[in-house]
Design a binder for this molecule. Structure first.
Ligand code: NDP
Ligand code: GUE
Ligand code: MG
Length: 292
């Protein structure tokens, strides 16, 4: 049976460390690190995530503000909010919760964020720095996945890694981080042929697809480390819903060497890494040396 990778527990330890470092920052600078979350519309899942992010900020000793905008907010109004937050000295991190309403050009909004405050790591500046190996703010979800992988496997050099999914926010930055660790990286996507065979070559599998329980136990190399990014809400008994990943957990845990659960795996790491990035941005803006 696979070892269970307890992302929730790892994230809790990380958040405790960040809280200690945040207290030091407050002593050094006389102010709290500040995260501004911008939420447009009333998408139910986003409400839950945004509240979780704000609560995590406050528990770490940071200030977390949520800027709630109506569903019919215009592009110009949203850009004006971003401009105000870019100019606000007390705001270290800006996160625009995705998805945005269809009428808004999400890319234009994200690119308007000051790269110094880009705690999601989504701007071209942040993505470009990751690509060429310069220090910078790295997307929270792939960063959290990498932390879990290093915790379980130590040095990743020479391992074969398959990332399933090539989105700009998960798959691509994940592949770049694994390449930086000297893994031999394959990126699979919807046009990949014989995905089971590709996955079977991997010592490390990161699934970021958005298809419930797609990756089967029979696809895995015995002993593989499996990181399940997927968050899929599916119907359960009695008219309820439950959360499942992109990996068929019951099958995979019979074959894998280690595996993250859903919930309790990657999701809590994403939030902890958001705090990590907010502190990192705050330290950098205050002229302090980067911590870990
Ligand atoms: N835990 C967390 O903190 C987070 C979880 N998520 C979850 O991770 C999952 C992925 O998110 P995201 O990257 O934003 O999703 P996207 O929809 O942006 O990307 C999905 C990727 O999967 C590929 N894909 C789709 N179908 C298949 C298939 N049948 N075989 C192989 N590849 C396929 C797509 O290929 P193509 O490019 O060819 O279309 C695409 O590259 C979702 O479940 C999301 O909810 C996302 C962010 C944070
Ligand atoms: N600008 C932006 N940045 C994001 O990072 C971002 C975003 N937009 N839009 C939505 C996705 C999704 N995402 C998650 C974060 C935490 C959990 C999480 O904590 N999940 C819990 C369970 C939560 C539940 O029960 O619903 C877990 O997996 O244990 C999940 C998903 C961040 N995203
Ligand atoms: Mg989904």
């Amino acid at each position: 049976m696979a070892r269970l990778i307890d992302g929730k527990a790892f994230a809790a330890r990380l958040r405790t460390r960040i809280a200690d470092e945040t207290a030091e920052f407050v002593t050094d600078t006389g102010r709290r690190p500040g995260l501004a979350v911008v939420l447009v519309g009333d998408y139910a899942a986003s409400q839950v995530y945004v509240r979780a992010k704000q609560k995590a900020c406050e528990e770490a000793g940071m200030s977390g503000s949520v800027h709630r905008l109506a569903p019919d907010t215009t592009q110009a109004e949203l850009l004006a909010v971003i401009a105000r937050l870019n100019a606000d000295a007390a705001t270290d991190g800006i996160l625009v919760q995705l998805p945005l309403p269809d009428a808004i050009d999400a890319d234009a909004v994200i690119q308007a964020i000051d790269p110094a405050k880009d705690v999601d790591g989504f701007t071209t500046a942040s993505a470009g720095r990751l690509l060429i190996g310069l220090p910078g703010l790295v997307a929270c979800t792939p960063l959290g996945c990498l932390m879990l992988l290093k915790e379980v496997a130590g040095d990743l050099a020479g391992k074969t890694a398959v990332v399933i999914g090539r989105s700009d926010i998960v798959g691509k930055p994940m592949a770049l981080l694994l390449l930086r660790e000297s893994c031999t990286v394959t990126v699979a996507h919807s046009r990949t042929q014989d995905l089971p065979a590709v996955v079977r070559s991997a010592d490390i599998v990161v699934a970021a697809v958005g298809r419930p329980e797609m990756v089967k136990g029979s696809w895995l190399k015995p002993g593989a480390i499996v990181i399940d990014v997927g968050i899929n809400r599916v119907p359960a008994a009695a008219g309820k819903t439950r959360l499942v990943g992109d990996v068929d957990f019951d099958e995979a845990e019979q074959v894998a060497g280690a595996i993250t659960p859903v919930p309790g795996g990657v999701g809590p790491m994403t939030i902890a890494c958001l705090l990590h990035n907010t502190l990192k941005a705050a330290r950098s803006r205050a002229g302090l040396n980067p911590t870990t």
